[in-house]
Write a protein of this length. Sequence first.
Length: 113
Amino acid sequence: MTMDDPLMSARARVLHDLHASGNDDPRAVSILEDAVSERRWWVSEWPEGAAYVAGQIAQDVQDALLDSVGRWPLCRACDEVEPHELRINPELGPDPRWVCERSGMAVAPLGEL
Ligand SMILES: [Zn+2]
Protein backbone atom coordinates (compact mmCIF):
# COMPACT_ATOMS: atom_id res chain seq x y z
CA MET A 1 0.00 0.00 0.00
CA THR A 2 1.40 3.36 -0.95
CA MET A 3 0.16 6.17 1.25
CA ASP A 4 1.41 8.65 -1.37
CA ASP A 5 -1.64 7.87 -3.47
CA PRO A 6 -4.45 9.90 -1.84
CA LEU A 7 -7.02 7.41 -3.08
CA MET A 8 -5.25 4.40 -1.59
CA SER A 9 -4.73 6.33 1.63
CA ALA A 10 -8.43 7.24 1.69
CA ARG A 11 -9.40 3.62 0.99
CA ALA A 12 -7.23 2.44 3.91
CA ARG A 13 -8.74 5.00 6.29
CA VAL A 14 -12.35 4.20 5.42
CA LEU A 15 -11.65 0.45 5.50
CA HIS A 16 -10.14 0.84 8.97
CA ASP A 17 -13.27 2.58 10.21
CA LEU A 18 -15.56 -0.02 8.60
CA HIS A 19 -13.53 -2.70 10.37
CA ALA A 20 -13.66 -0.83 13.70
CA SER A 21 -17.46 -1.03 13.69
CA GLY A 22 -17.59 -4.60 12.33
CA ASN A 23 -19.07 -3.38 9.04
CA ASP A 24 -16.23 -4.50 6.76
CA ASP A 25 -18.29 -7.23 5.09
CA PRO A 26 -17.98 -7.97 1.34
CA ARG A 27 -20.88 -5.70 0.46
CA ALA A 28 -19.40 -2.72 2.30
CA VAL A 29 -15.94 -3.35 0.85
CA SER A 30 -17.49 -3.48 -2.63
CA ILE A 31 -19.25 -0.16 -1.94
CA LEU A 32 -15.89 1.28 -0.87
CA GLU A 33 -14.15 0.02 -4.03
CA ASP A 34 -16.86 1.62 -6.17
CA ALA A 35 -16.50 4.94 -4.32
CA VAL A 36 -12.71 4.88 -4.77
CA SER A 37 -12.95 4.25 -8.50
CA GLU A 38 -15.55 6.98 -8.98
CA ARG A 39 -13.46 9.44 -7.01
CA ARG A 40 -10.36 8.53 -9.03
CA TRP A 41 -12.10 10.15 -11.98
CA TRP A 42 -13.07 13.15 -9.81
CA VAL A 43 -9.45 13.71 -8.73
CA SER A 44 -8.22 13.38 -12.32
CA GLU A 45 -10.62 16.19 -13.27
CA TRP A 46 -9.85 18.29 -10.19
CA PRO A 47 -6.33 17.55 -8.86
CA GLU A 48 -6.71 20.03 -5.97
CA GLY A 49 -9.48 17.76 -4.73
CA ALA A 50 -6.90 15.14 -3.76
CA ALA A 51 -6.58 16.84 -0.36
CA TYR A 52 -10.32 16.38 0.21
CA VAL A 53 -10.90 13.01 -1.36
CA ALA A 54 -10.74 10.95 1.84
CA GLY A 55 -13.67 12.84 3.35
CA GLN A 56 -15.57 12.57 0.07
CA ILE A 57 -15.08 8.80 -0.12
CA ALA A 58 -16.16 8.41 3.50
CA GLN A 59 -19.36 10.31 2.74
CA ASP A 60 -19.95 8.32 -0.46
CA VAL A 61 -19.68 5.09 1.52
CA GLN A 62 -21.88 6.47 4.29
CA ASP A 63 -24.58 7.43 1.76
CA ALA A 64 -24.43 4.07 0.00
CA LEU A 65 -24.59 2.13 3.28
CA LEU A 66 -27.59 4.17 4.40
CA ASP A 67 -29.48 2.81 1.38
CA SER A 68 -28.46 -0.80 2.07
CA VAL A 69 -27.42 -1.66 5.63
CA GLY A 70 -28.37 1.52 7.48
CA ARG A 71 -26.65 4.26 9.41
CA TRP A 72 -22.86 4.11 9.63
CA PRO A 73 -20.89 4.85 11.66
CA LEU A 74 -23.03 4.95 14.80
CA CYS A 75 -22.04 7.31 17.58
CA ARG A 76 -20.95 5.73 20.84
CA ALA A 77 -19.29 8.83 22.19
CA CYS A 78 -22.07 10.93 23.65
CA ASP A 79 -24.90 10.45 26.16
CA GLU A 80 -27.71 10.37 23.57
CA VAL A 81 -29.19 6.85 23.69
CA GLU A 82 -31.19 6.99 20.46
CA PRO A 83 -29.00 5.58 17.65
CA HIS A 84 -27.50 8.32 15.52
CA GLU A 85 -24.58 8.64 13.21
CA LEU A 86 -21.31 10.44 12.96
CA ARG A 87 -20.75 12.88 10.13
CA ILE A 88 -17.62 13.96 8.32
CA ASN A 89 -16.53 17.47 9.17
CA PRO A 90 -15.56 19.46 7.20
CA GLU A 91 -17.74 18.08 4.42
CA LEU A 92 -15.25 19.31 1.83
CA GLY A 93 -11.88 20.04 3.35
CA PRO A 94 -8.61 18.62 4.61
CA ASP A 95 -8.19 16.64 7.85
CA PRO A 96 -11.70 15.15 7.92
CA ARG A 97 -13.03 14.10 11.33
CA TRP A 98 -16.02 12.12 12.48
CA VAL A 99 -18.31 14.40 14.48
CA CYS A 100 -21.42 13.37 16.43
CA GLU A 101 -24.43 14.82 14.61
CA ARG A 102 -26.32 15.35 17.88
CA SER A 103 -23.78 16.74 20.32
CA GLY A 104 -21.33 18.22 17.83
CA MET A 105 -18.57 16.36 19.64
CA ALA A 106 -15.49 15.53 17.52
CA VAL A 107 -15.10 11.79 17.99
CA ALA A 108 -12.06 10.79 15.91
CA PRO A 109 -10.15 11.65 12.76
CA LEU A 110 -11.22 9.65 9.71
CA GLY A 111 -9.31 6.37 9.82
CA GLU A 112 -9.01 6.32 13.62
CA LEU A 113 -12.40 5.17 14.84
ZN1 LIG B 1 -23.44 11.20 19.59
